[in-house]
Design a protein around this ligand. Structure first.
Ligand code: MN3
Length: 232
């Protein structure tokens, strides 16, 4: 199972493709539906594993409070409704851009984005970037230094809360940024890496110095093997 599949019913929900066709209100009305089963997945490392770049205090609040709250909120919003059996990915795809589902989208996307983000970081950075990924980085950015520059620029320039992403767009790679809970899934871009630039991700450790947090992650914590695995 993919480390970012969080819903026990992922892949098994019946009729997810047209579950919203009956209308937004109807889909969120309670009926003969199961409770939602999204779970907070375990962190892939201990709370202090990313020190000194990210403190245990930051990780504790970020994972145990913020991430957990998004998961709990999704369950409370869709539990007992026709959306209860949808995986987070399916919820994101089906609710993106629909005003009546903004709250479901925001919380489902944030639940998914955070699990993805934890896997983008590692205390044991590989000495070499996997060859397939490294070749694509060179094709799209020239070299790793240019990718890091572009990634840092996007993460720093995102105004307010959001995320910076390395994505595969067809056969090439590019860097994008998204606001608030938005992510690349509804645009059918394949996310390879992300950095959370909400203030809760860095403020305890870096205060207003977002660029220092971003550069520290890019230089010291990026899980290139996870990024390569996302090429599919
Ligand atoms: Mn966050």
């Amino acid at each position: 199972m993919s480390p970012i599949s969080q819903n026990k019913s992922a892949g098994g929900a019946k009729g997810r493709g047209n579950v919203l066709a009956a209308g937004a209100q109807q889909a969120l009305e309670e009926g003969e539906h199961a409770p939602a089963v999204h779970v907070l997945p375990p962190l892939p490392y201990s709370l202090n594993a990313l020190e000194p770049v990210i403190s245990a205090k930051t990780l504790s609040f970020h994972y145990e409070k913020h991430h957990k709250a998004y998961v709990d909120k999704v369950n409370s919003l869709v539990g007992g409704t026709a959306l209860a059996e949808l995986s987070l990915e399916a919820l994101i795809l089906h609710t993106a851009g629909q005003a009546e589902y903004t709250e479901v989208f925001n919380n489902a996307a944030q639940a998914w984005n955070h699990t993805f983000y934890w896997h983008c970081l590692t205390p044991q950075v590989a000495a070499d970037i996997p060859a397939t990924l490294h070749r694509k980085i060179k094709e799209s950015f020239g070299d790793l230094g240019n990718l890091k520059k572009e990634f840092a620029a996007a993460a720093t320039a995102q105004f307010g809360s959001g995320w910076a992403w390395l994505v595969a767009d067809g056969s090439s790679l590019r860097v994008i940024k998204t606001a608030n809970g938005e992510d690349p899934l509804p645009s059918h871009l394949r996310p390879l890496l992300t950095i959370d630039v909400w203030e809760h991700a860095y403020y305890l450790d870096y205060q207003n110095r977002r660029p220092d947090y971003v550069h520290a992650l890019l230089d010291k914590l990026i899980n290139w093997e996870f990024a390569a695995s996302n090429l599919g």
